[in-house]
Ligand binder design. Structure first.
Ligand code: ZN
Ligand code: ZN
Length: 409
């Protein structure tokens, strides 16, 4: 299959399976400048599916860097609130949302950590109104990725530029099943498998998960009335969509005050242009009280000090070690892929959909059940072929859930 055909299938998959765009619906896309060919395909498929208006906002690495090189110091407390408010407005009016990832994972690695943390904080505060509508699953949304030269170079540093880019595209097409004969049908099967897992976990109603592995001995309490999700889900506007392509995870809400023990990361994580690796943390009653990282320690420390909830967990996800992303053997330096190669947790905001009837409950009720609140939500990977996970029942009995990184159920 030629690259053009694969790209077109991938675009079709994003519109049909990812977004399930509805006739008359607007679509808001954010994308790196290098993703223009993909955005054009997606736009065409969206209009063919009846979209009324497709609007794309592009980001450009060079202009992002120009800010750090030349902008005055005061500039780093500024964020485009007008833009994010406009996005929130669009979602309230029913627009679907597609985010195309593909940024250079270490674009901002050499920049002043104080400026970075101020800029990230300003951005997080301004983005809040739009993020709440996304985490509350108000509208159908999806995140996919596009290979870009800078990203490809970070994944395959030893290869010539063009070869690296092609190899990354091939990996994306394989991990998203876009290279299969009928990707949309393949996703229906895959979603049904994930639904069987979530049905099992929702029926068991574990009180906690216990993790054991190298550098990891963690008792992770689950929120009361927590609800496992995975694969396709129904947004509050009634549209069934797949929020991430690829996705291999089943996930739910931890209890923000009931996580104790130590855990270490198993893969690097790229956060706002900084690469963070070798994280080791200790939790006490839900909060990270000690942390070190081999790489990007400042970035991780600044992330978890964003606000009170940033040092607590908002998501826990189980992913088998044999997932297609993990089997590719590639470390993507991109959370969309790496989080689907390994079991993970996220610090920060939890998803309302991970609490039963979450959207009908007040913020106070959600918090009382153990749901976490923060300006951030950042996943990091803790799973490996050496991790065991037990489900702890209300009476304290343990049931094996994962052994050596694979499902035991
Ligand atoms: Zn996740
Ligand atoms: Zn997450």
């Amino acid at each position: 299959m030629t690259h053009d055909i694969l790209l077109d299938r991938y675009a079709h998959l994003a519109v049909k399976t990812g977004l399930n765009i509805q006739p008359g619906q607007q679509l808001l896309i954010t994308a790196p400048l290098d993703a223009v060919p993909l955005v054009r395909r997606i736009t065409e498929h969206a209009y063919r599916s009846g979209a009324s208006l497709v609007t794309t906002i592009y980001a450009d690495d060079v202009t992002t860097l120009a800010r750090y090189a030349h902008a005055p110091d005061e500039a780093f407390d500024v964020a485009p609130a007008w833009l994010f408010n406009g996005m929130a407005e669009a979602f309230k009016d029913g627009a679907a949302r597609l985010a195309i990832a593909g940024e250079d994972p270490s674009l901002l690695s050499g920049q002043d950590p104080k400026k970075l943390s101020r800029a990230n904080k300003a951005r997080s505060i301004a983005y809040r109104p739009a993020l709440e509508l996304i985490t509350g699953f108000t509208i159908n949304w999806c995140v996919i990725a596009a290979a870009t030269p800078a990203w490809a170079k970070s994944v395959f540093p030893g290869l010539p530029a063009e070869q690296a880019l092609n190899k990354l595209w091939d990996a994306i097409f394989a991990c998203t099943r876009a290279n299969l004969d009928d990707p949309v049908a393949a996703w229906e099967d895959h979603s049904a498998n994930l639904a069987r897992r979530t049905a099992f976990l929702n029926e068991r109603r574990y009180r906690a998960l216990k993790y054991t592995g190298p550098g990891t001995d963690l008792m992770l309490g689950l929120a009361e009335d927590h609800y496992w999700k995975g694969g396709a889900g129904r947004a509050r506007n009634g549209v069934i969509c797949n929020a991430n392509i690829p996705t291999e995870e089943v996930f739910t809400a931890p209890h923000k005050d009931m996580v104790d023990g130590i855990v270490q990361s198993s893969k690097p994580l790229s956060y706002q242009g900084s690469l963070i690796d070798g994280i080791k943390v200790r939790f006490e009653r839900g909060k990270i009280v000690e942390m070190t990282a081999e790489k990007g320690e400042d970035a991780f420390r600044s992330l978890i000090s964003t606000d009170e909830g940033a040092a607590r967990l908002g998501e826990v996800a189980l992913v088998p070690h044999s997932s297609p992303i993990s089997k590719s053997g590639i470390i993507f330096n991109n959370t969309l892929f790496d989080e689907n190669a390994a079991s993970h947790v996220a610090v920060g905001q939890s998803y309302t959909e991970n609490i039963r009837n979450g959207s009908k409950r007040s913020k106070e009720e959600l918090s009382a059940l153990g749901a976490n609140t923060s300006l951030v939500h950042v996943d990091w990977m803790i799973g490996s072929g050496e991790l065991d996970v037990d489900g702890i029942m209300a009476d304290g009995t343990a049931e094996p859930l994962m052994r050596k990184g694979e499902w035991a159920i």
